[in-house]
Design a protein around this ligand. Structure first.
Ligand SMILES: CCCCCCCC/C=C\CCCCCCCCCCC/C=C/C(=O)SCCNC(=O)CCNC(=O)[C@H](O)C(C)(C)COP(=O)(O)OP(=O)(O)OC[C@H]1O[C@@H](n2cnc3c(N)ncnc32)[C@H](O)[C@@H]1OP(=O)(O)O
Ligand SMILES: Cc1cc2nc3c(=O)[nH]c(=O)nc-3n(C[C@H](O)[C@H](O)[C@H](O)COP(=O)(O)OP(=O)(O)OC[C@H]3O[C@@H](n4cnc5c(N)ncnc54)[C@H](O)[C@@H]3O)c2cc1C
Length: 665
């Protein structure tokens, strides 16, 4: 079959909505769309940003290639006088993880969030001009999740007005920070503050690591890359590093002092702000990771959807065309929930960005009331969306059959780059346990007149939700947003209340929390899924212009919610929120919804507006011209440079000759 081009054009004609209008909804606004469109085309049309050769490079070549691209991107950013938002887009579309992600994504925000005005004035201009390059050095060989367990020390020396940064043990070696291994000149390093023998807990310090003249490590610094990581190219473009401090001295004013200060006399002074603000950079990045989940998942879904329309298997009658695999109901039941999830994560990501901006403004006005909500939402949604996205990318690979396993499908690399998102910025289980603590606190305060707010506001109706039984009678009832919302609220609140009741049976609450951790994680997932569903529904209550656009989003919203209901049917049944018949009606409705998405599927992924360069996938090409390009690509593999491979004469020929001799004997 070599008519893939015709097939996708035919698919596009089937769409029942205006794809150009959907592009604006996906991008967030017309302005955002135009920005992304312009910058993605700029990157795609520049040969310096080609990436199809990435998987054939060895680590050193790959790393050098990354440095070249980062330097070239910076040159273009300056030449074109791109603003912050445009520069961020350009780095994203270059699509090659690099030290710059950590410089702009964590080092700069750490100083912005935790530095005093004076510190910001000193360090930020240098960082903005990239006259220094920074990383975020928190995790150690022995401690990642448990930040309070970090061992690196920063001991105040009142004689010299300095801190002495030291790695007392092997396990205190900094381990993992991106950009640290080979490039960063500076780090925001996290260490226990020790004054006069007293431990004041973990704080951030700006530490210079390498000379700005010859890039050699400064005295007392041992530094390097931690080695090859999962996947071939993937995240190996990044120099995740190891770092040991041997009594490295830094001036006192290099402790980030917005949250607490150390005076010249060595007095520890806490500002009137919560100590958790030291963790603020992580909250910021978790929020970005949620938005990024929709990007990674939509890339995979775009590839799998286009390829599913091109690929045909079975069902040929009288020599006619075989069936497009996208028409198999099993393919639809695996693919369309992922398509719906990509849209769901897009909208919840937009909402979370708003929440983060809101909490940031409040913090500036010394209002800390929404910090626990911001922490719980960013932690929980980071966990939920990255787990679903990593699993979803792998599912998309399987949806593409054997060809999905080829690097030229783009999926192996996307998966390998993406999957550590389940671990970095907080292991996903550890983060869900944070959400669970927040939920348990909320439940415990229900009777106290402390009204739950924000995303836990539904708990205020806990008595009503404990009595709830779904009144769904027919499949169409599951299309009503309130019906879905109530079922999700009732399930989430019942799971939280059950955990709280079980916890109260333990004399020691911490022991109970450990014992019930698996149930608590399930309750946290139910709560986070409710947030995503409710934010999708809220999005649909806004004015959504464009022919047929709202209708498509309603279908996707119902698919997202009913797919979750189907997947977690055990929760909904065991909490008594719905009965088995209502569960079957939801599955029936889901099948109807899949049929409604089918004619629109290609246009729904076109709405992501990804260039072929960004997708980096032969299977996901816009023109659907898959087979000729796959065939062409195979010949470009370095193994095909020679007809007889290196090593044949050395190893295989003697073996063949030996067999021949044996046969003759
Ligand atoms: C195909 C892709 C190609 C790539 C192309 C690249 C292009 C790039 C451009 C654009 C893309 C941008 C997308 C973004 C992607 C970003 C990439 C990122 C790269 C990866 C970098 C990774 C960095 C890291 O991993 S840094 C290290 C992160 N480490 C962690 O997350 C550690 C996790 N642990 C913790 O956070 C804590 O230890 C804890 C929360 C688990 C426990 O803390 P503890 O103090 O012990 O707290 P606890 O006693 O439980 O609670 C005390 C109270 O404090 C509250 N609390 C805890 N944390 C916070 C917080 N953060 N904020 C507010 N409050 C907090 C807690 O609730 C308790 O409150 P209570 O009221 O007392 O109950
Ligand atoms: C690609 C990548 C990039 C990174 N970049 C950076 C960086 O730039 N800067 C930086 O500082 N760090 C970075 N990190 C480190 C990262 O933040 C940590 O790996 C992460 O926080 C997880 O911590 P850990 O490795 O200690 O996992 P662990 O906590 O050791 O987790 C191991 C297992 O134990 C479980 N577990 C741990 N604690 C609990 C608990 N309380 N209850 C139940 N289960 C638990 C986890 O669920 C997991 O299954 C990076 C990591 C990766 C993979």
């Amino acid at each position: 079959m070599e008519d893939g081009v015709d097939h996708l054009a035919f698919e596009r004609n089937k769409a029942q909505f205006d794809v150009e209008d959907m592009k604006i909804i996906w991008a967030g606004s017309r302005q955002d769309f135009e920005l992304s469109d312009r910058i993605s085309r700029l990157v795609a049309s520049d040969p310096a940003f080609r990436k199809d050769d990435r998987t054939t490079l060895d680590r050193k070549e790959l790393f050098k290639n990354t440095l070249r691209k980062a330097a070239y991107a910076w040159k273009r950013i300056n030449e074109l006088r791109l603003n912050e938002q445009e520069a961020y887009k350009l780095r994203s579309f270059v699509d090659q993880p690099a030290f710059t992600d950590l410089h702009w994504g964590m080092f700069v925000p750490a100083i912005q969030g935790q530095g005093t005005d004076e510190q910001q004035q000193k360090w930020l201009p240098l960082a903005y001009r990239m006259q220094i390059i920074g990383c975020y050095a928190q995790t150690e060989l022995g401690h990642g999740s448990n930040v309070q367990g970090l061992e690196t020390t920063a001991t105040f020396d009142p004689k010299t007005d300095e801190f002495v940064i030291h790695s007392p043990t092997l396990t205190s070696s900094k381990w993992w920070p991106g950009g640290l291994g080979k490039i960063s000149t500076h780090a925001v390093a996290y260490a226990r503050l020790i004054i006069g023998g007293e431990d004041h807990g973990v704080h951030g310090f700006i530490v210079q690591l390498r000379s700005l003249d010859d890039h050699l490590p400064l005295p007392g610094i041992t530094i390097g890359d931690i080695g090859m990581k999962f996947g071939n190219a993937a995240y190996n473009t990044m120099d995740n590093g190891v770092l040991r401090f041997d009594h490295v001295r830094i001036p006192r004013n290099q402790m980030l002092m917005r949250v607490s200060q150390v005076t010249r006399e060595g007095k520890y002074v806490s500002s009137n702000v919560p100590r958790q603000l030291v963790y603020g950079t992580m909250v910021n990045v978790r929020q970005k990771i949620v938005a990024d989940a929709s990007v990674a998942l939509s890339r995979a879904v775009c590839i799998a959807t286009r390829y599913s329309a091109v690929r045909r298997q079975f069902g040929s009658h009288n020599g006619g065309l075989e069936t497009q695999v996208i028409d198999y109901k099993t393919q639809q039941a695996r693919l369309f929930p992922l398509l719906a999830s990509a849209y769901a994560f897009r909208f919840v990501g937009g909402w979370l960005k708003w929440l983060y901006m809101d909490v940031t403004e409040r913090l500036q006005a010394n209002d800390f009331s929404t910090l626990p909500e911001a922490h719980a939402c960013t932690a929980g949604l980071k966990s939920l969306t990255t787990t679903a996205t990593a699993d979803g990318i792998e599912e998309c690979r399987k949806l593409c059959g054997g060809h999905g396993y080829l690097c030229s499908s783009g999926l192996p690399e996307l998966f390998a780059v993406y999957v550590p998102a389940c671990t970095y910025e907080g292991d996903n289980v550890v983060l869900l346990l944070q959400v669970a603590r927040h939920l348990m606190k909320t439940v415990s305060q229900l009777g106290s007149g402390n009204k739950p707010v924000g995303t836990t506001a539904y708990m205020a109706r806990v008595e009503q939700l404990m009595q709830y039984h779904s009144d769904v009678e027919k499949a169409e009832d599951w299309l009503k947003p309130n019906v879905v919302l109530e079922a999700f609220e009732a399930r989430a609140s019942r799971m939280s209340v059950a955990c709280a009741q079980n916890l109260s049976k333990f004399a020691n609450p911490e022991e109970g929390f450990q014992e019930l951790a698996a149930d608590l994680v399930d309750a946290a997932v139910a709560h986070c899924q409710l947030i995503v569903v409710s934010k999708f529904i809220e999005k649909l209550q806004q004015d959504i212009p464009g022919k047929g656009v709202k209708k498509q989003l309603e279908v996707l919203c119902s698919i997202y919610a009913l797919f979750l209901l189907h997947k977690h049917l055990g929760d909904f049944l065991s909490t008594g929120c719905i009965n088995p018949k209502q569960g079957s009606l939801a599955s029936e409705q889901l099948r109807n919804l899949y049929s409604q998405v089918r004619p629109n599927a290609i246009a729904l992924v076109d709405a992501f507006n990804y260039t072929d360069h960004y997708l980096g996938s032969i299977l996901g090409r816009y023109d659907g011209n898959v087979y000729p390009k796959l065939y062409e690509e195979a010949w470009k593999d370095p193994l095909n440079d020679s007809v007889v491979p290196d090593g044949f004469k050395e190893y295989i020929q003697p073996m063949l000759k030996q067999q021949l001799r044996n046969a003759r004997l």
